[in-house]
Design a protein around this ligand. Structure first.
Ligand code: 4NP
Length: 166
């Protein structure tokens, strides 16, 4: 059972298309990072998808295997993002252009739309420029490893940015 969001200082929703690869991995990585920083009580972290094909499913088995190798146990049941999420969360972070466009269509107000961010805003991984976290679904192992490299870097930067802004 997930804790209530209303008591947390930072409420973050990660969003991708299927909610079985990138966004549940982002949720798991971010939870681990804030836990390591001793700040998990300040955060409410969840994930959702813009598509509804896999609602109720566990994360993709390939994503779970790659994540587990780095110490992340992904525990999430796929759900579709909803208009209500704009009330529940402060930051709604999409993985790619298509996710962002879909979120903008769903945002009920301009204030809600201002909560939408790109994951790439937080990524400064050495050795490349990334303007998206690419969909690994039709890729091989390298695709899943790249997703985890980008998410570890971006989530660490996001956590530090939030915690250091106080
Ligand atoms: P995700 O990856 O958006 O990172 O969860 C995908 C998962 C499933 C599908 C596409 C992308 N799909 O087409 O079923």
């Amino acid at each position: 059972m997930k804790p209530e969001s209303k008591d947390s200082k930072y409420k973050i929703l990660f969003v991708c298309l299927g909610n079985i690869c990138r966004s549940p991995a982002a949720e798991g990585v971010m939870k681990t990072i804030v836990d390591e920083l001793g700040a998990s009580s300040l955060f409410y972290i969840d994930s959702a998808g813009t598509g509804g094909y896999h609602v109720g499913d566990d994360p993709d088995h390939r994503m779970r295997i790659h994540a587990r190798r780095r110490g992340y146990e992904l525990q999430h049941k796929c759900r579709k993002v909803s208009e209500l999420d704009f009330d529940r969360f402060d930051l709604i972070i999409g993985m790619d252009d298509s996710n962002i466009a879909n979120l903008r269509r769903l945002a009920p107000t301009v204030e809600a739309e201002a909560k939408i961010h790109r994951m790439a805003e937080y990524i400064d991984l050495a050795g490349g420029f990334y303007d998206a976290v690419p969909d690994p679904y039709y890729e091989g192992s390298e695709g899943f490893e790249l997703v985890l490299d980008l998410l570890e870097n971006g989530c660490r930067n996001l956590a530090n940015q939030l915690l250091n802004s106080d």
